[in-house]
Design a protein around this ligand. Structure first.
Ligand SMILES: CC(C)(COP(=O)(O)OP(=O)(O)OC[C@H]1O[C@@H](n2cnc3c(N)ncnc32)[C@H](O)[C@@H]1OP(=O)(O)O)[C@@H](O)C(=O)NCCC(=O)NCCS
Length: 203
């Protein structure tokens, strides 16, 4: 049977957003669980501070089947206030965790255009959904005046590394120093230079 085509929309321009999508997007950043807690906790901390103009959602029919989040011009998908952190962890613990989260956000400003997160529902994988999202990310990057897209991928995430290699990303550096400082997995910084012809091959 023919599948419905995938539609990619900038989340700030759609009326189709549901609380489930916010929950899904805040479930990312698992590597920062030592700061942000478990999925439920991350949702409580981040859900009210989502910048929907930094999120692309892939729909098939009415179903959200994937998203990409990105950062540029000092704005990423999350701008939480310190309030939820203090409510969750108390004044001292909350302020400390909020500060650590902000440091991790600031660290990423060394990248001009940063692919912050990319995820496709398991049932929809290997159908070109992430490729379509990546194409839309490239358009966002070009539209905001950037010629390259950067990201960090966990060294042990072989599926994602294969996906990014398929799309011409090259590794710049392995950031094992970071995992010596804080309890996060080793990540690899990767980069893809865009050209007007750098289209994702149709599937
Ligand atoms: C990585 C991920 C986003 C790929 O999404 P997807 O929609 O399945 O990717 P696509 O169908 O567009 O894949 C395009 C190509 O990438 C490569 N690829 C994708 N997934 C792969 C895998 N699991 N193993 C090997 N190669 C893979 C293949 O070359 C594939 O082409 P093919 O299917 O014709 O062989 C998805 O597996 C996912 O959501 N993983 C969990 C979240 C995650 O790890 N995100 C990345 C964080 S940095």
């Amino acid at each position: 049977m023919q599948r419905e085509p995938v539609r990619i929309v900038l989340a700030s321009r759609t009326s189709e957003l549901t609380p489930a999508i916010a929950r899904w997007i805040t479930s990312g950043r698992g590597s920062l669980a030592f700061i942000l807690g478990d999925e439920e906790c991350r949702h409580r901390l981040l859900a009210d501070g989502i910048n929907w103009d930094r999120v692309l959602v892939a729909y098939r029919g009415a179903d959200a089947i994937g998203y990409a989040a990105f950062k540029h011009h000092r704005r990423g998908p999350f701008s939480p206030g310190s309030g939820p952190f203090v409510r969750e962890f108390g004044r001292l613990g909350g302020t400390l965790r909020y500060g650590l989260f902000m440091v991790s956000e600031w660290r990423e400003w060394c990248y001009g255009f940063y692919l912050y997160g990319l995820r496709v529902r398991k049932v929809a994988r290997r159908q070109g959904v992430a490729s379509a999202l990546l194409q839309a990310v490239f358009e966002q990057a070009r539209g905001s005046g950037h010629e390259k897209v950067e990201l960090e991928v966990q060294a042990k995430n072989l599926a994602a590394r294969a996906f990014y290699a398929h799309h011409g990303f090259v590794s710049i550096r392995t950031m094992s120093w970071l995992s010596r400082l804080v309890p996060i997995p080793t990540v690899i910084n990767q980069r893809r230079t865009l050209s007007p012809l750098s289209r994702v091959p149709p599937k």
